[in-house]
Write a protein that binds this ligand. Sequence first.
Ligand SMILES: CCCCCCC[C@@H](O)CC(=O)SCCNC(=O)CCNC(=O)[C@H](O)C(C)(C)COP(=O)(O)OP(=O)(O)OC[C@H]1O[C@@H](n2cnc3c(N)ncnc32)[C@H](O)[C@@H]1OP(=O)(O)O
Length: 285
Amino acid sequence: MPIEYPAILDLKETGKEYSFTDRDTMLYALGVGMGSDPMNLDELRFVYEKDLRALPTLATVVAWGAGVPTDKLGVDYKLVLHGEEKTILHRPMPVEGTLVADSSVVEVYDKGEGKGAIIVRETVLRDKADGEKIATLQRTIFARGDGGSGGNTGPTPVPHAIPEREPDKVVEYRMAGNQAAIYRLSGDRNPLHIDPERGQAAGFDGPIVHGLCTYGFTCRAVVEAFCGFDPDSVASHEARFSAPVFPGDSLRVKLWKEDEKTISFEAEVPERGKTVIRNGLTKLR
Ligand SMILES: CCCCCCC[C@@H](O)CC(=O)SCCNC(=O)CCNC(=O)[C@H](O)C(C)(C)COP(=O)(O)OP(=O)(O)OC[C@H]1O[C@@H](n2cnc3c(N)ncnc32)[C@H](O)[C@@H]1OP(=O)(O)O
C-alpha cells in the first residue's frame, strides 16, 4: 500500500496509555552507555534506584509504539531510516509513571521517486495523574522506498545551523559492541539494529545503531558538559541523523554554547571521519 496523501494527514491515534517504572529508566540509561564507569558518581544516579534521575530523552522511548502504526502509513518499513527527532520537555522527565499519548501525522514531503518521502509525526505525552503535558515528540522518518507517492513537494524546513568556529567543548564516548542490543530492550525492536541480514537488506554491512540511541548519547553529553549532570535543566533537544552509526563505533560530540540557554551540537565517528548527527540544538531552562 503506497502513501495516500493527503488522507495520511488525517491519521490519528489518541488516548493510548503507557506505564513505565524505574527499571525502564535505568535500562534506558544503560542503553545510551551510562554507568560503564562504576566510580562515576554523577552517572550512577541514572542507573541506580537510589536518588534516581531520568535523562530527558527517556521521553522518546517510554511510549514506544505510540503513533500511527507503520502499516497504516503505507511505507516500505525495511527501507525506513530515522531522519530527525525533537523532544520538548514541558516539565522534568519523571522516573516512573503512566502516560497518555496522542499522536498525529503532521506533514509528508515528497522528495521524488528514487529519493524518498519524509514523514513528520508528533506525539504528545501527558501525565495520566493530572492530565498535564510532560513531553512533545516530533519525529521524522525518511522512507527511502516511498518517494513519488505524493506529498508536499516544497523544501523541507531548514534545520538549525551550527556555528562555524571551533566547539567550546568536546565529549567522547565509545559505543559498546552490544549497544544496540541493550538499547532495543527500551522499546524499538526493529530488526535493522540486531539482525545482520536485515542490516544488509537495508543496504548496510550489518546492523546499525538506532538513531535515538545516538541521540540519547548526545543528550547525555549536553547534561555532562553544561548542566552539571542535572537533567532537569533541559527544555528541548533536537537533531538530524546524517549518517549511520555501527555498534562499537566511537562518538565525538562537539558542543557550542551560544548563550546561557542555547547549546548547539554535532556528533562524529572519528575513525570513519563521518558526521553522524548534524544541526543539534538543546534549549536549557
Ligand atoms: C514508522 C516508525 C518510526 C520509527 C523510527 C525509525 C525506526 C528506527 O528503528 C530506524 C533507525 O533508527 S535508522 C538509524 C538512524 N538514522 C540514520 O542512520 C539515517 C542517517 N541519514 C542518512 O542516511 C541520510 O541523511 C538520509 C538517507 C536520511 C538522507 O540522505 P540523502 O538521500 O542523501 O538526502 P539529501 O540529498 O542530503 O537531502 C534530500 C532532502 O532531504 C532532507 N533531508 C536530508 N537528510 C534528512 C534527515 N536526516 N531528516 C530529514 N530530512 C532530511 C534534505 O534537507 C533535503 O531536502 P530539500 O531537498 O528540501 O533540501
